[in-house]
Design a binder for this molecule. Structure first.
Ligand code: GAP
Length: 444
């Protein structure tokens, strides 16, 4: 399968089966903004819940918050985003398109007579690069003036930093400890694309871990390893995962050390999570700009210090794309072609398809009762349309790990068959054991 072809097939499957739709599609779509459909919303929720559980419930040193998207504009001055969160861009004076200055499609030198526009092809019309801030601006209150400008947050992290003291005081945590958050972020990306990989509105799952200076390097290593293991445990193909260390010229303005976790997408290796040593940059800057002391008094040693921060920053949409791409397979089964999404059962949008073998002899009634019973615990899909083979294929394409079929024998001995999506093995299970049987195999 050619790589571009695979991506096209995944995009088309995502739309056809209700994972992802283009935003405002009936109006021609809105550039690089996407909506999740019935299956996509379940996939993303499952990923977010799994992340939240691993951060906030399975450890006792991380607390959760949910900060507002709109923040005091001074936050973004202190964080360095007003001055530093910029991309160098060039404009074409002829066709009015805008490009990143490092766009590989640009030939010649922008600002010089040989600079050639990749869109309209004219030479000499590209401006010299100018810095362009990626933050979306809006106005707060009734007057649209400079004093009323607020930004849509470009990262969720700052909502954690400004609440660091509140959490510390209300939760009785002690350094080292972390704060986790899941929420929307916005960036006016100029070269968005590759489906949901780079979008203008996206969700981040970020955790900021506050440590004593000098202990930061040890914690960085610990989080770097833990985050990679989390993705392996999610079932992502290990050979398609790797670290990428940021070189000095790649480091964000706040970072001393940064590693990306990359996945091999059909369009190449790309980051989907970042682990950053942000030092005391953020708390130091907020302390300076707000005038509020943000240092920590260590009760054990009576030392005062501004904590260093180790950040793990994962895009929920990018992770959803990784799981979709990694799960996608085209296989031959019993002489027939099937498309299957081999999701880890814990993140599959639908956990079981429930099918009466035929639409008679009381089978639909029994299957309906089974579906209702399973629904108390998991999302299931009841389907009595078409041949049983076609119904299995439809659920394979949705990534449903189990198919429960009511057949003639069910009416005699109260057992059903459970078909495994990946092995295709069918196991007979007593109806009254079915919920437990599936629960055990779904994992969390
Ligand atoms: N707080 C640190 C931070 O925001 P980042 O490397 O800019 O770091 C972290 O972003 C993660 O957020 C990325 O690895 C990616 O998963 C996600 N992300 C960033 N920009 C994105 C975009 N335009 N579209 C989708 N996801 C994005």
């Amino acid at each position: 399968m050619a790589n571009a072809n695979v991506m096209d097939k995944i995009v088309s499957l995502a739309k056809r089966r209700g994972f992802v739709f283009q935003s405002s599609e009936i109006y021609g779509g809105l550039g690089s903004v996407w909506d999740y459909g019935p299956l996509g919303v379940e996939l993303k929720r499952n990923l977010k819940e799994r992340w939240w559980r691993s951060m906030c419930y399975e450890r006792d040193d991380i607390e959760g918050v949910d900060a507002a998207i709109l923040m005091h504009p001074k936050v973004w001055e202190a964080s360095g985003h007003v001055s530093g969160f910029t991309d160098p861009l060039v404009d074409c004076k002829q066709c009015k398109n805008r490009f990143r200055a490092d766009d590989p499609r640009i030939k010649g030198t922008p600002g010089e007579p040989d600079g050639q526009c990749p869109a309209c092809g004219t030479k000499g019309n590209l401006t010299a690069p100018r810095m362009f801030n990626l933050m979306f601006k809006t106005f707060m209150g009734p007057v649209e003036e400079q004093a009323a400008v607020v930004y849509l947050r470009p990262e969720t992290a700052q909502g954690i930093y400004v609440n660091y003291l509140n959490v510390l005081q209300s939760s009785r945590q002690k350094v080292p400890f972390g704060i986790a958050q899941i929420g929307k972020a916005f960036r006016n990306e100029i070269t968005p694309g590759n489906f949901t990989f780079r979008t203008r509105e996206f969700e981040q799952m970020e955790m900021q871990f506050f440590v004593k200076p000098g202990e930061d390097e040890r914690w960085f290593e610990e989080w770097k390893t833990a985050r990679m293991q989390w993705h392996v445990d999610l079932g992502i193909t290990p050979a398609k995962l790797r670290y990428h260390q940021h070189a000095a010229d790649e480091l964000a303005h706040y970072a001393k050390l940064a590693f990306d976790i990359e996945y091999e997408f059909p369009f190449g290796w790309h980051e989907f999570e970042g682990i950053h040593n942000r030092t005391d940059f953020d708390l130091g800057r907020h302390q300076e700009h707000s005038g509020k002391k943000l240092d920590y008094l260590d009760p054990a040693t009576n030392e005062r210090f501004v904590p260093y921060i180790i950040e793990t920053s994962l895009g929920a949409d990018r992770l959803a794309l990784v799981t979709l791409v990694d799960a996608y397979r085209e296989e031959e089964v019993e002489g027939e072609q099937r498309v299957v999404l081999r999701f880890h059962p814990a993140i599959a949008p639908i956990k079981a398809g429930v099918f009466p073998l035929v639409k008679k002899d009381g089978m639909p009634e029994v299957a309906t009762r089974i579906a209702a019973d399973l629904r108390r615990e998991m999302p299931v899909f009841y389907d009595d349309g078409g041949s049983i083979g076609r119904r299995y294929r439809r659920q394979d394409e949705a990534g449903t790990p189990f198919g429960v079929t009511v057949d003639g024998q069910t009416l005699e001995d109260q057992t059903v068959t459970v078909r495994d999506r990946d092995t295709l093995l069918q196991t007979r299970v007593a109806m009254d054991q079915l919920r437990g049987f599936l629960r055990e195999r779904l994992g969390r």
